[in-house]
Every structure is written in structure tokens, then in C-alpha cells.
Design a protein around this ligand. Structure first.
Ligand SMILES: CC(C)(COP(=O)(O)OP(=O)(O)OC[C@H]1O[C@@H](n2cnc3c(N)ncnc32)[C@H](O)[C@@H]1OP(=O)(O)O)[C@@H](O)C(=O)NCCC(=O)NCCS
Length: 169
């Protein structure tokens, strides 16, 4: 089997990460808002750090840790834990293309993000659409805690139900 690794994102990875994202949108409808501008969605200025999964020389997955901006899961967690946004970051943009799944790459991407956050004293939160059952299963298997429900708004006033998770303490 071709070797796979998870490593920090480098600028040269962008075309491969964009191609992988477009593929995942085709197979899974993720992200629901579409992939008209994959580069700006992946490389938003709020990205604090990001990692890629690579099989051979092909980028097959991605995850980012992002600065919070009072989004649903963040404000709910801050209230719930009587914390503040300074101690919270958002795990976002997690995906692995279909042909590379079930090799623990999703898990390793999650580990890279959680190690980063832990070493900076940040608690990670995320929201996930209820339709993304493989991701929910992964978060629960890794001990993430479901703490609330949210509604993800996108496009022309559309919304879809989501659940909020926080990383293990
Ligand atoms: C969620 C997602 C990233 C998981 O990626 P992945 O690389 O398949 O994740 P993992 O391999 O770590 O774990 C998935 C499953 O593979 C299994 N697995 C891991 N290594 C394995 C191996 N070597 N052989 C067989 N199965 C294996 C895990 O046990 C897990 O099974 P389970 O879900 O039944 O417990 C992927 O399904 C995805 O991109 N989904 C669409 C995008 C999405 O929903 N993103 C969430 C945004 S919030």
C-alpha cells in the first residue's frame, strides 16, 4: 500500500487541497455552501494552522484550526463553560477524499489539530451537520463531547441542523 502521512500545510499544497475539496463536495456535499472559491475557503485569514494528509504525492485530506468569531458552537461553549473566546479555537475544514478513507487519516488530522491546540492552552470546538454521520462517528470515537445543537446558515437564507462538539478536556 502507498505510504500515507499527515503533515503541516505548505503553500505548494494548495492546488492539491483544492482538488481534494472539490472531489469531497462531489461525493459528500461538503461543504454545503459549495466550492466556488476553494482557495479562500481553505485559506481564510482566520486559519491559525492547517495540516494535510498525503498518499504518495497526492493531497487527500485537510484540516484547519481557526480563530473563533462568536460562531454558534463558540458562543454556546463560552456560555456553557463560563470560558472566553481567548481560550477557544475552532476545528474546521476536515475532509478526506473517499478513496483514502478508513486508513485513520481523519483521525491523524484530528490528532495534529488537537496537539496544536493543547500545546497552546486552547479548547477546540466544532459544529458538524447532522447529515455528516461519518464525521460525527469519528468525533465520538475520539472522545469529543457533544454539548449542544446549532443551525448552520448558508447561501440564500438556507439552514441545516448541526451539532456542537468540544475536544476532550
Ligand atoms: C469524516 C472523515 C474526514 C473521516 O475520514 P477517514 O480518513 O475515513 O477517518 P478514519 O479512517 O480516521 O476513521 C473512519 C473509520 O475508518 C476506520 N478505520 C481507520 N483505520 C482503518 C483501517 N486501517 N482499516 C479499516 N478501517 C479503518 C475507523 O475505525 C473509522 O471507523 P468507524 O467510523 O466505523 O469507527 C471523512 O469521512 C470525510 O471527509 N467526510 C466528508 C466530509 C465531512 O463530513 N467533514 C466533516 C466536517 S465537520
Amino acid at each position: 500500500m502507498t505510504a500515507s502521512i499527515v503533515r503541516p500545510f505548505q503553500n505548494a499544497d494548495l492546488p492539491g487541497a483544492e482538488a481534494a475539496l472539490i472531489e469531497v463536495h462531489g461525493t459528500d456535499g461538503y461543504p454545503v455552501e459549495g466550492v466556488d472559491q476553494p482557495a479562500s475557503w481553505l485559506r481564510s485569514p482566520d486559519v491559525l494552522a492547517a495540516w494535510v494528509a498525503e498518499v504518495g504525492s497526492k493531497i487527500v485530506g485537510y484540516v484547519a484550526v481557526m480563530r473563533p468569531h462568536g460562531e454558534g458552537a463558540v458562543s454556546l461553549w463560552v456560555q456553557h463553560a463560563r470560558s472566553d473566546e481567548e481560550h477557544v479555537a475552532v476545528l474546521a475544514r476536515l475532509f478526506v477524499i473517499k478513496e483514502a478513507r478508513r486508513r485513520a487519516l481523519g483521525e491523524k488530522l484530528m490528532e495534529a489539530a488537537t496537539d496544536y491546540a493543547q500545546s497552546r492552552g486552547l479548547r477546540l470546538v466544532l459544529d458538524v451537520m447532522t447529515k455528516d454521520t461519518a464525521a460525527i462517528h469519528l468525533y465520538e470515537r475520539l472522545g469529543w463531547i457533544r454539548f449542544g445543537e446549532a443551525s448552520h446558515r448558508y447561501g440564500d437564507d438556507r439552514q441545516i441542523s448541526a451539532v456542537c462538539f468540544v475536544s476532550p478536556a
